[in-house]
Write a protein that binds this ligand. Structure first.
Ligand SMILES: Nc1ncnc2c1ncn2[C@@H]1O[C@H](COP(=O)(O)OP(=O)(O)OP(=O)(O)O)[C@@H](O)[C@H]1O
Ligand SMILES: [Mg+2]
Length: 529
């Protein structure tokens, strides 16, 4: 065999440097090796713990690729794994050949033949091996050691690059899958579906539909608990960016000194404690949507940087001179009157105009009372699932009671009220079908008073039913209803009714007497509506 020509070594190196990202990079490596060295079979194997795993091969049967060679079981492999230099096994070597019976050029046992193995090292560690077999005895004897070292080095670099790339590709696709998964999870987390068929809700859904397919910045505003976040999630879900991330930032929860780095990222050493470079929310949201919740709380000096980012779609991480471009759609939400904040000098007018390219008002629940029934049913079913109940329903008087309240805490208050009532009802009723009664709902009162502006709006509406005119009367009426209901459910049995109301029997009858409830009358009374 003649020594390997410099030309074929060069060709090998150049071709591999071009094929760094090609899927067939291992095939090309083997083809070049076969051009340089005359052989019947060549195999590239990588080290995986105690095993060698074939990555590519030529001249051996294809099923060899599925084999995993335990190093300790194959003396030739054991020898090369201990060596830093290529090994040429003698043609008469008594050591068994791991490829016995696998060579395509030969049926059955391998006769006397040449076998050579090159270790592939990276930073002194064995990452793989190259095996070469020839049916011609002593075929590899004349190849200079230096040429083999060069082939080893080139092959090691190719293998290392390929393994690193594979790792990156796997990481990247895993990260992508995680983002998609989390996006979906986040969408379904809070129900996902906007419930409501009132006129106000239908209009809101239409608006969402219109704006979702554009890249317009939308400012979602409304009182606390009306569903602004849900509207933002729905908007993202219906947009063309729904496979990208929906990144949430609560501007109210960020300390003033960190907000800039949180939004735009920072480079290592940008400030005390910045021990690592970190991507900001804008960068993470690239290709998707950035939801700036509670935008009214953002400090003035960050407002100007935010404005610049919105105008140019360019961001500048803290401590970095260069800017970079991002492709992000912005949604913002607030329960403040931003226009008023602008007038008061707390919010930049230019940022306000930029954000409210498309303003979306989410109306309070008291302006869409028809939705209360649908929403209640929705939350009740969700509690049934969470508590693993066969069935849970409202008793007749509960629904009208829920509809006659103003819900200053809006949908969130309704949701919490139903969750509490369901838990309470379950703890007291040990039946297949649980019924939520007025006692389980408890007394509803406006402990979250609407903001002054809201009160004015409410007062301006003639149709709104005033909930409570006189607190004492309302409380007594409520107590009367609870007692009637408990008695009806317990067939007029006062002791049982007292137990279900968690009261002493004597106290219950005293209270009933004061409220003007007669024992006989109640025992046959029908539920109140
Ligand atoms: N139309 C709706 N259909 C179903 N669930 C709703 C609806 N509106 C609100 N919710 C639910 O009510 C709760 C409060 O909604 P959300 O958090 O979106 O309110 P918000 O307007 O962002 O409130 P805040 O201003 O206090 O942040 C959430 O659990 C949400 O899923
Ligand atoms: Mg919110």
């Amino acid at each position: 065999m003649s020594p390997i020509s410099l030309n074929s070594l060069l060709e090998l190196a150049i071709d591999l440097s071009h094929s760094l990202v090609a899927n067939d990079r291992f095939e090309r490596l083997l083809t070049h090796i076969r051009k340089a060295i005359n052989c019947d079979a060549v195999v590239l194997l990588t080290v995986q713990g105690d095993y060698l795993k074939p990555l590519a091969l030529q001249g051996l049967s294809a099923e060899t690729l599925g084999r995993r060679f335990e190093i300790s079981e194959h003396p030739r492999f054991e020898a090369i794994c201990r060596s830093n230099t290529p090994i040429r096994f003698e043609s008469e070597s008594p050591l068994p050949d791991p490829y016995d019976g696998l060579l395509l050029a030969m049926e059955g046992d391998l006769p006397v033949h040449s076998c050579m193995v090159l270790p592939l090292l990276f930073e002194g560690n064995l990452i793989g091996i190259l095996t070469l077999d020839s049916l011609t005895p002593n075929e590899f004897d004349d190849i200079p050691g230096r040429s083999l070292d060069i082939i080893s080095a080139i092959s090691s670099a190719a293998l290392k690059n390929a393994l690193t790339l594979e790792l990156f590709e796997r990481d990247a696709s895993h990260a992508r899958a995680v983002v998609e998964e989390l996006t979906q999870e986040a969408l379904s987390k809070d129900g996902g579906e906007l419930i409501g068929e009132s006129e106000a809700m239908t209009k809101l859904k239409q608006e969402i539909q219109i704006v979702s397919h554009s890249d317009f910045t939308a400012l979602i505003y409304g009182e606390t608990g009306v569903g602004k976040e849900l509207v933002a999630r729905t908007l993202h879900q219906q947009s063309n960016r729904n496979n990208g991330p929906l990144v949430y930032v609560n501007c109210a929860a960020l300390p003033e000194n960190l907000i800039e780095s949180e939004l735009f990222g920072h480079v290592k050493g940008a400030f005390t404690g910045a021990s690592q470079s970190r991507a900001g929310k804008f960068t993470i949201a690239d290709g998707g949507t950035l939801f700036l919740d509670e935008i009214g709380e953002i400090p003035l000096q960050v407002q100007s940087k935010l404005l610049r980012a919105l105008q140019s779609q360019e961001i500048q991480p803290v401590g970095q001179d260069k800017t970079h471009t991002v492709d992000v759609r912005i949604l913002a939400a607030t329960n403040r009157d931003l226009q008023q904040e602008v007038e008061a000098g707390n919010f930049r007018a230019d940022l306000y105009h930029r954000l409210s390219v498309y303003p979306i008002n989410v109306p309070p629940l008291r302006e869409r009372k028809q939705d209360i029934i649908l929403l209640s049913g929705y939350f009740l079913e969700s509690m049934r699932r969470k508590l693993g109940l066969q069935q849970i329903k409202f008793s007749a008087e509960v629904q009208s009671y829920l509809q006659h309240y103003d819900w200053p805490g809006n949908v969130r208050e309704l949701e919490h009220c139903i969750s509490r009532a369901a838990l309470k009802a379950r703890s007291q009723q040990h039946k297949a079908i649980i019924s939520i009664r007025l006692v389980d709902i408890g007394e509803l009162h406006n402990d979250q008073l609407p903001e002054p502006k809201v009160i004015q709006q409410a007062a301006a509406q003639p149709n709104r039913t005033p909930v409570i005119n006189n607190l004492k009367e309302a409380t007594e009426d409520f107590q009367r209803r609870c007692i009637h209901q408990a008695l009806n459910e317990n067939n007029g049995n006062w002791a049982a009714a007292a137990r279900s109301l968690e009261m002493d029997r004597a106290n219950l009858t005293r209270l009933a007497k004061r409220l003007g409830i007669s024992i006989k009358r109640v025992a046959i009374q029908k539920p109140l509506n």
